[in-house]
Design a protein around this ligand. Structure first.
Ligand SMILES: *[C@@H]1O[C@H](CO)[C@@H](O)[C@H](O)[C@H]1NC(C)=O
Ligand SMILES: *[C@@H]1O[C@H](CO)[C@@H](O)[C@H](O)[C@H]1NC(C)=O
Ligand SMILES: *[C@@H]1O[C@H](CO)[C@@H](O)[C@H](O)[C@H]1NC(C)=O
Ligand SMILES: *[C@@H]1O[C@H](CO)[C@@H](O)[C@H](O)[C@H]1NC(C)=O
Length: 370
């Protein structure tokens, strides 16, 4: 720098002041931009960086650990297509300016509960195509600005209740291609700004456990939210059907209500109660499935009640028919007796008439004699 100044001061004698000032400025500007670029984004060695968008791209480098010297101003960090299988708790501890984080196509299976704890500015988190089988309830409690969350293509079989409680800004949630069999409505109720949810390609069990979530989905769709699909895998009777199209009445048997004035539910042979349909030994072994399938205990009383109803109706109908027959018989009897009486009277009258003729003849004979 001193030499540069000496050069410049040396040139001051010969050059005009205007061109000199220009040169001085350009050198200074050059030095400043160099310094700025370096201080803003010192790129970690194998990665490529864009200092204007503050993006650090470490994708597809076969990394098994995260580079330690990622600049704290980084707004976008791309770590996709690597070989990361675990993350230290403090992996992103200094990156509170991070907006986008992409960890897709790695081998992550367990995420420490506090790994995203400092990422209060994060709006997009991609964890697609990893081996995550479960998530900690507290994992996302600091990422309150999150708008997009991609958990597709993992091994998730359930979600802890409360996982999404601190994500009021979430717009898009993908749970595609996991091992989810059912979801709890309560887990999703905090997502007040959700616009789209992807649930396809999961082994959904369309039984009582999914009933409340179906309610939530109906409310969500009514609100204008988009659901891609929710295709049932179990029970057999509903395989391949979209849970959203299965009429709610199919799940009437789930309710604990005593009022059962819809016998059509009992008529249906394929009442979707997978737990007992699919694994009868298990449901016999322990008493737990009984609570999961309340229709088991209810089924018999309902049919008995229905049978009694049928008997009563049949009795009433028979009674009416009997009464009608009795009436008809009585009418027949009365008619027959009336007819008999009439005939008897007719017969009685005929001899009378012949008697009268005889009298007449007698009278004639008497008169002729006279
Ligand atoms: C850096 O980011 C800016 C803004 O997003 C973009 O216009 C530019 O093309 C990027 N540069 C490189 C080399 O990717
Ligand atoms: C975070 O920054 C502190 C100081 O700025 C440093 O000592 C520490 O090693 C950094 N941690 C990580 C994980 O980079
Ligand atoms: C979030 O970003 C803003 C500016 O983009 C910054 O001022 C703030 O410190 C960041 N939040 C945290 C928790 O670092
Ligand atoms: C998932 O990740 C693995 C390993 O990174 C990769 O080989 C595979 O092609 C990815 N699959 C998809 C569907 O992206």
């Amino acid at each position: 720098m001193g030499r540069m100044r000496a050069l410049l001061s040396g040139g001051r004698r010969r050059k005009s002041p205007a061109s000199l000032r220009f040169r001085q400025c350009s050198v200074l500007a050059c030095w400043l931009t160099l310094c700025a670029a370096e201080s803003l984004l010192s790129c970690p060695s194998p990665c490529t960086c864009n200092s204007s968008s503050l993006e650090v791209d470490c994708s597809g480098l076969g990394l098994s650990t995260i580079p330690s010297d990622i600049p704290p101003e980084t707004r976008t960090l791309l770590l996709l297509n690597n070989k990361l299988s675990s993350l230290p708790s403090l992996a992103f501890a200094n990156l509170s300016a991070l907006h986008r984080l992409d960890l897709s196509n790695n081998f992550l299976d367990q995420l420490p509960a506090e790994v995203f704890g400092e990422l209060a500015n994060l709006t997009e988190l991609r964890l697609r195509n990893n081996s995550i089988r479960s998530l900690e309830k507290a994992l996302l409690q600091r990422t309150v600005l999150l708008r997009r969350l991609d958990l597709s293509l993992n091994g998730l079989s359930q979600l802890p209740t409360g996982l999404f409680d601190d994500l009021p800004a979430l717009r898009l949630l993908s749970l595609r291609s996991n091992r989810l069999q059912n979801l709890d409505r309560v887990t999703f109720e905090a997502l007040v700004n959700l616009q789209q949810i992807q649930l396809g390609d999961n082994p959904w069990e369309c039984d009582c456990n999914l009933r409340e979530f179906k309610h939530w989905m109906e409310w969500f769709s009514y609100r204008g939210g988009k659901v891609d699909e929710l295709q049932c895998t179990l029970p057999k009777e509903l395989r391949g059907r979209d849970m959203r199209m299965v009429p709610m009445e199919m799940f009437n048997y789930c309710t604990q209500l005593e009022d059962e004035n819809s016998p059509s539910v009992v008529d249906r042979p394929e009442t979707p109660c997978s737990k007992s349909n699919i694994s009868p030994p298990e449901s016999k072994a322990d008493p737990v499935p009984a609570t999961e399938c309340p229709q088991r205990q209810r089924y018999r009383p309902v049919s008995v009640r229905r049978a009694i109803g049928t008997v009563i109706i049949a009795g009433v109908v028979c009674g009416i028919v009997c009464i009608m027959m009795v009436v008809a018989a009585a009418y027949g009897c009365i008619y027959a007796s009336l007819m008999a009486k009439y005939h008897r009277e007719l017969k009685k009258r005929q001899p009378l008439m012949s008697d009268a003729e005889g009298e007449n003849e007698e009278q004639k004979q008497i008169s002729s004699v006279a």
